[in-house]
Design a protein around this ligand. Sequence first.
Ligand code: FES
Ligand code: FES
Length: 141
Amino acid sequence: SILGRSYHERVVDHYNNPRNIGSFVKDDLAVGTGLVGAPACGDVMKLQIKVDDSSGRVVDARFKTFGCGSAIASSSVATEWVKGRKMEDVLSIKNTEIAKHLALPPVKLHCSMLAEDAIKAAVKDYEAKLAKSNAGPKTID
Ligand code: FES
Ligand code: FES
């Protein structure tokens, strides 16, 4: 039963001391922004990655989450896990790994799903911006 179940200490830790909270400038070409919502509850998560183009690695990450404790903890963990990883490795982060790490109960699985979706959306946004900038006319700034 989930009644009487208390949160895992890692959830409490990430909820009380969220890592990498905040925002990057969205227009920065090195930044990918993922903004996703959970239909199940209406919560919203924004996760951003900063990518070093030459190495193809995520060098930094930020998040802002309007949602439950599990969603906040999931996004906090996600920002820790994406840092230093290559883009393809970032895409292999599964919500089930995050849920396992935080010992989320089944009713809270969608909260970790939000984090996986946000990572994927951030990568997609970064790649779309990059493709656009490579295709478009060169500008001097
Ligand atoms: Fe932070 Fe594991 S406790 S990522
Ligand atoms: Fe909706 Fe957690 S209850 S994200």
